[in-house]
Design a binder for this molecule. Structure first.
Ligand SMILES: Nc1ncnc2c1ncn2[C@@H]1O[C@H](COP(=O)(O)OP(=O)(O)OP(=O)(O)O)[C@@H](O)[C@H]1O
Length: 336
């Protein structure tokens, strides 16, 4: 029976990193708070640099918060570190498997590190290889695996000791669409049939939408919105209109033109694409098309949809997800 208490709990976490000489420290977490019960997939969604990995490191005992508290599977991440470590599986962004060893060797070693007997470790590794459809590949060196197979092995490695909570840090980054879909199915099975609590970080809106039972949108080290993907989208009234222009709106003329139409909310420009929230899609589209035609501005497509997680993100942070990702990239680029 799922317990009613929270399996993952972070309360007012603050974490600063020194940011070079004479610069003020960088506040990576700024009062981050969330709580979810057992068996839930919690998605932490945010652009690069939002503080997702820092949160995961604190919850997995790899890093310590400056202040605030966190409990995982009922254990305090500072005072009961060992209990936390035994209760969790952690799949880091970068693979932790040994590429020169086989899949079986990696799994058995991991099992032995967690205290399984050799016999138990061999049995568990066979079970996991089968579970992830890797039985045939189990005897091959991991360096011969495709990206998707390696990622599945990483998840299997995180499950060797039957943890109650699994941390997946950006599990599908770098995978092709087919391998990504495959891993999504695996994660759904883990939480659905196997009752595992999962914390998943991602900067893919689609992944968050598909996998997360509960979503926490993280921005500048804080949770700015929380709920199921459906409830977060349902909170936004109206529709979303997307206009694909033939030529990018470099001087902002199209944005100004459409901004004056009645019933149109803030417009976000991303290359040749303009997106706006509107009161009613059915009346906004003819008005948008009419205004563009009058000024002889060529368009390739206009689409209406229900608000997406991108719209939710925009609502709570004041900028589109893509723009936030790009800005994060620029900041990192400058710092490097
Ligand atoms: N060890 C560190 N030393 C200094 N600054 C750090 C360190 N780790 C993270 N940061 C900074 O803290 C902020 C939050 O980083 P974090 O890795 O938690 O974000 P993220 O949301 O996981 O992003 P990403 O998707 O890029 O991993 C960023 O500005 C990052 O540059």
């Amino acid at each position: 029976m799922p317990s009613t208490s929270h399996t993952l709990e972070a309360s007012d976490l603050v974490k600063t990193y020194p940011d070079g000489r004479k610069k003020p420290p960088l506040r990576a977490l700024d009062g981050l708070t969330f709580a979810v019960p057992e068996g839930v997939v919690l998605g932490l969604l945010g652009p690069n640099g939002a503080g997702k990995s820092t949160t995961v490191k604190i919850l997995t005992t790899l890093s310590r918060a400056d202040s605030g508290t966190a409990r995982v599977a009922g254990f305090d991440v500072v005072r009961q570190q060992n209990d936390v470590r035994l209760a969790i599986g952690y799949v880091p962004q970068k693979s932790s498997s040994d590429p020169m060893a086989t899949g079986v060797e990696n799994l058995v070693l991991s099992g032995r590190i967690y205290g399984l007997s050799r016999q138990e470790a061999v049995r568990r590794s066979a079970e996991l290889l089968e579970r992830f459809d890797l039985t045939e590949a189990g005897g091959r060196q991991v360096r011969t695996y495709s990206g998707g197979m390696q990622r599945k092995l990483d998840v299997a490695l995180g499950l060797v000791h039957r943890p109650r909570v699994l941390f997946l840090d950006e599990p599908t980054t770098g995978l092709d669409p087919e391998a990504r879909a495959d891993l999504w199915n695996e994660v759904e099975r883990l939480s659905g049939n196997e009752g595992l609590t999962v914390l998943l970080t991602t900067h893919y809106l689609e992944e968050a939408d598909r996998l997360a039972d509960q979503l926490a949108i993280v921005d500048h080290g804080q949770v700015v919105a929380e709920g199921t993907p459906e409830s977060l989208k349902a909170e936004l009234r109206g529709d979303s209109v997307q206009v694909e222009l033939v030529d990018a709106d470099v001087d902002g003329n199209v944005r100004r033109l459409l901004g004056h139409l009645p019933g149109i909310g803030e417009i976000v420009v991303d290359g040749n694409t303009l997106r706006a929230r509107v009161d009613r899609g059915a009346t906004a589209v003819p008005a948008v098309l009419g205004a563009l035609e009058e000024k002889a501005i060529p368009v390739t497509a206009v689409t209406v949809s229900r608000p997406s997680l991108d719209d939710v993100y925009l609502q709570y942070t004041g900028r589109s997800f893509r723009a936030a990702e790009n800005t994060a990239g620029q900041v990192e680029g400058r710092a490097a």
